[in-house]
Design a protein around this ligand. Structure first.
Ligand code: HEM
Length: 136
């Protein structure tokens, strides 16, 4: 297993645990810790995405190229992964802005609903990442 794959699998497991924990915190009203965790998770996801692009661009010597029949699944998986990344960033920016426009007001009003959908997609993405590392 390449170093990148090992780190990304550890990150996926940690992120699943933290996402479920953070959701639970939001449900029980501990929103301050929920806020900190969600910001850390979103930052971690951006760092992961940047390092993924970096590895694709400059190559990972230990990486084994995946078979052609997996390319579509990898593309679908990566594209779906961008949805919670961009969505979570929008939710965070809307919450931390002192003065909101109509878009952030809309996101803040519907935070709970958008957040639930994004967390489920986010969890699916990480589960897919673990599946890739173990079975592909
Ligand atoms: C600055 C960052 C954030 C703050 C301050 C924050 C704060 C809150 C607060 C106060 C609530 C209670 C309901 C409400 O007021 O609407 C809540 C609920 C929730 N948040 Fe966040 N949140 C943040 C980021 C996120 C992100 C990035 C996500 C997911 C991508 C998320 C997912 C959720 C979910 C799923 C709930 C509903 C929990 C439930 O009742 O099922 N939050 N959040």
């Amino acid at each position: 297993m390449s170093l990148f794959l090992a780190i990304s699998t550890i990150w996926a497991v940690a992120a699943i645990v933290l996402l479920v924990f953070s959701w639970r915190l939001a449900r029980t009203g501990k929103t301050h810790v929920h806020k900190t965790l969600m910001i850390l998770l979103a930052l971690g996801a951006w760092v992961f995405f940047a390092s993924y692009l970096f590895t694709q661009r400059y190559g990972d010597p230990a990486a084994v190229p995946f078979p052609k029949e997996h390319v579509i699944w990898m593309a679908v998986h990566g594209t779906i992964g961008l949805i919670p990344l961009v969505g979570a960033t929008c939710l965070i920016v809307s919450r931390v802005r002192s003065k909101g426009n109509y878009r952030s007001t809309h996101l803040n009003r519907n935070h709970k609903h958008y957040g639930r959908v994004l967390v489920v997609i986010w969890l699916f993405t990480h589960l897919g990442g673990i599946f890739n590392a173990v079975f592909l």
